[in-house]
Write a protein that binds this ligand. Structure first.
Ligand code: PLP
Length: 485
């Protein structure tokens, strides 16, 4: 790396990205390429001789950008958002520039210490109980994704419970087969994957939900499943509650679930990947009531707190259970601070060894926006989503499928109750007609058999006008569809 050359190229790249943001509205939000499009455009092997950056960037413009779905477009309403911001980019750039691998404290003391500090800051903004913060014996640790977060806590919970069974004379290999875990049918599928990794998927109980609870997990259904398992000789060990489910942003009743978890000594994990971010606003904080009964809590600032991917923040009350499950002490990493147990080595709270200096971007974001800036950011999206909800409620032909939660609006074209299949086809056709235009991008879910359009308002640059524009497009396509059907 030659410094002046690096400076020149990096400036060129910044200009390229700035131009991309300037022109982002000119690209179709959802990529329109066909599968395999890129193979036909690129050579079969790497170049033997160095090429020029200008030539590579020209290829990015003509060959890569067409295959990009523009998550940073203000008219991106699909899935859940993936935020980016000036502060987030600056932190990300600095992290890439310093390029340190902070697996242990000594491998870059600032990386470990800043992570602890910013997770305490963020935990305080969320009003998490002290036991999750460093001053209360807890620990915050940044994972790449909520999937990794649930995987590490599930492994910790599995070990904690397996040890209890082993103390009763049960062999370790048999213990895993006796453990049962509990989720709802709205829980993100990453818990299923974590259970597969942990070898406990066979006894993952998926509790059905329905519209009577707005798709939240019912405590009485959970109690019933627990009683059946206990009667059959299983040892319940893990429960995942969600604040803001992926389909419809349902909120599980944390307080009641937490009481059940404590009664049965379950590890209670709260997944608030998307909606947890909104809880930095006092008016949304009630959604986290009961989190004090949880063992672990996770949310993704990369979804909705201006943080460039990746940054999933996990807090645990008892980091010891994670380190018991994940810690290794190889000779090559030995050092005075670790040997003296004077530090946390964050490699012991995650699956990989290597880790990026991700706390920098959160630190930049919290400093450059301030808590007040972050709160008004969230409030703007929620208020735009409320506006959309009011338009849907006022409309003759659309209806809300579930009440809006946070900034997610779930709706559909009304259909005759006696012809639900036709209603589903009509809505699926409408969604495709909207997305193919390229001016905005929405996705769908199915709730209780009902094909539902989801509009998640949360991209960094989304303003009320983008929501109004998308609503006009949806109505225009609905007009066309109804006139030809
Ligand atoms: N949990 C919830 C509620 C989600 O909505 C998602 C993704 O949208 C996830 C977990 C998984 O997130 P990640 O991609 O960080 O693993």
């Amino acid at each position: 790396l030659e410094v002046e050359e690096w400076r020149r190229c990096a400036h060129q790249m910044v200009d390229f990205i700035a131009d991309y943001y300037r022109d982002i509205a000119t690209f179709p939000v959802r990529s329109q390429v066909e599968p395999g499009y890129l193979k036909a455009l690129l050579p079969e092997a790497a170049p033997e001789d160095p090429e020029k950056l200008d030539d590579v960037l020209a290829d990015v413009r003509t060959k890569i950008l067409p295959g990009i779905t523009h998550w940073q477009s203000p008219s991106f309403f699909a899935y859940y958002p993936s935020n980016g911001s000036t502060a987030g980019y600056l932190g990300e750039m600095l992290s890439g520039g310093l390029n340190v691998i902070g697996f242990s404290w000594i491998s870059s003391p600032a990386a470990t210490e800043l992570e602890t500090i910013v997770l305490d800051w963020l935990g305080k903004l969320l009003e998490l109980p002290q036991q999750f913060l460093s001053c209360g014996g807890g620990s915050g640790v940044i994972q790449g994704t909520a999937s990794e977060a649930v995987c590490v806590v599930l492994l910790a919970a599995r070990r904690r419970s397996a040890l209890k069974l082993m103390a009763q004379g049960i062999l370790e290999c048999e213990a895993f087969g006796k453990l049962s875990a509990y989720v709802s049918d709205q829980t993100h599928f990453c818990v299923q994957k974590a259970a597969q990794i942990a070898g406990v998927a066979a006894n993952l109980r998926v509790i059905p939900t329905d519209s009577s609870t707005n798709f939240a997990l019912s405590p009485s259904a959970l109690r019933k499943a627990l009683a059946e398992d206990i009667a059959s000789g299983y040892t319940p060990f893990f429960l995942c509650g969600t604040v803001g489910t992926t389909s419809s942003a349902a909120v599980d009743p944390l307080g009641e679930l937490g009481d059940i978890a404590q009664e049965h000594e379950l590890w209670f994990h709260v997944d608030a990947a998307y909606a947890g971010n909104a809880c930095i606003c006092p008016e949304n904080r009630h959604n986290l009531e009961g989190v004090d009964k949880a063992d672990s809590y996770c949310m993704n600032p990369h979804k909705w707190l201006l943080c460039n991917f990746d940054c999933s923040t996990l807090w645990v009350k008892h980091p010891k259970f994670l380190t018991d499950a994940l810690s290794t002490r190889p000779e090559v990493l030995r050092n005075k601070a670790t040997d003296a147990n004077a530090v946390v080595d964050l490699k012991d709270l995650q699956i990989p060894l290597g880790r990026r200096f991700r706390s920098l971007k959160l630190w930049f974001i919290m400093r450059l926006y301030g808590a007040s800036g972050l709160r008004s950011y969230i409030r703007n999206h929620i208020s735009a989503a409320k506006h959309l909800e009011s338009l849907i409620i006022a409309s003759d032909r659309f209806e809300m499928v579930v009440p809006r939660n946070f900034s997610l609006v779930c709706f559909r074209l009304k259909a005759h109750e006696d012809d639900s299949a036709r209603g589903n086809t009509l809505n699926a056709t409408l969604l495709e007609a909207v997305n193919i235009r390229g001016e905005c991008f929405l996705t769908h879910t199915i709730l209780d058999g009902v094909y539902t359009l989801r509009m998640a308002v949360g991209s960094t640059r989304t303003e009320l006008q983008h929501v109004k524009d998308a609503w006009a497009i949806i109505n225009h396509e609905a007009d066309r569809l109804i006139s030809i059907s």
